[in-house]
Design a protein around this ligand. Structure first.
Ligand code: HH2
Length: 281
């Protein structure tokens, strides 16, 4: 499967790791570390060396309870880094934003993907994508970051997430965004309890069966803390277990902070997956 990301084409015949580059003061596990553009650029280069197939720059934390960031502030964080990386990296650069104005300026500055945790629901977002050649990741979230973990509630979480993503995919297609530019993501931890997350993980194959690449963001998330009792800085083993499981269930893109280790985990899971259905010698 090939994903068209502007000037780049992402080959998803093997799963790819998306390296997280948070240029924020308050992200839940790495806030403040890459606020300086020079440090962010260095980090991006290192992630590519470690095997990242795409780099995702985020200028607004979406952690539960996070305060919204004004558009000017988000642009001031993201653009200096994007401008140095787009064209310089051998892989596409994604921008994690829910604001159409940030999306517009990001694709103009060379972003190959817009990663929207809000599923392009803000007015004008779909049109920005339709006018560009960039790919989009449509993610499901119940509620909004400030309040989403207060009381997540579903009748059937898997059916509701699939229906939401189906509707957002259709909105993109109706505007002229082809399926070769669309990725879907169930949004682990975004308005979901541990049980919701586990149900979604175990049914990723049904999401993947829709025929669009599935992205998962599980790295260092609180579900690992709930299952292991570990703090965010000690969740690498849990993150790797989840990355491998997600790939086994059909994920094509794994969003991760710890790129080198995740690349190994993903390779192993992908090898197992590739043998499924292969007759024994
Ligand atoms: N998770 C986070 C941010 N962006 N995008 C997608 N598509 N899927 C995810 O699961 C996802 C995402 C949260 O992680 P992080 O970027 O590390 O934290 P913060 O939002 O606090 O910056």
């Amino acid at each position: 499967m090939l994903l068209n990301c502007g000037h780049h084409t992402l080959d998803l015949s093997r799963p790819v790791v998306m390296g997280v580059l948070n240029v924020t003061p308050d992200s839940f596990s790495d806030g403040g570390r890459f606020l300086e553009p020079a440090a962010a650029v260095e980090r991006a280069l290192m992630m590519v060396e470690e095997g990242a197939g795409i780099v995702d720059i985020g200028g607004e934390s979406t952690r539960p309870g996070a305060a919204p960031v004004p558009v000017e502030e988000e642009l001031a964080r993201v653009l200096p880094v994007l401008e140095r990386l787009a064209g310089a990296l051998p892989v596409p650069v994604s921008v994690d934003s829910s604001k159409p104005e940030v999306m517009r300026q990001a694709v103009a500055a060379g972003a190959g993907m817009i990663n929207d945790v809000n599923g392009l629901r803000a007015p004008g977002g779909v049109e920005v994508l339709a006018r560009s050649r960039a790919a989009v990741c449509l993610m499901h979230m119940q509620g909004e970051p400030r309040t989403m973990q207060r009381a997540p509630s579903y009748g059937d979480v898997v059916a509701e997430v699939r229906a939401f993503l189906g509707e957002r995919v259709q909105a993109c297609r109706d505007a002229g965004v082809g399926g070769d530019r669309i990725v879907i993501d169930p949004g682990f931890g975004f308005g979901k309890t541990l049980e919701h997350n586990l149900d979604l993980l175990g049914s990723l194959d049904r999401l993947a069966a829709e025929g669009l690449p599935v992205l998962v963001g599980l790295s260092r998330k609180s579900m690992i803390g709930q299952l292991t009792g570990r703090a965010a800085d000690a969740r690498l083993p849990g993150s790797l277990a989840l990355a491998a499981i997600a790939v086994t269930y059909g994920a094509s893109i794994v969003r991760a902070h710890d790129v080198a280790a995740t690349v190994d985990a993903v390779k192993i899971a992908a090898a197992v997956r590739a043998r499924q259905g292969v007759p024994q010698a």
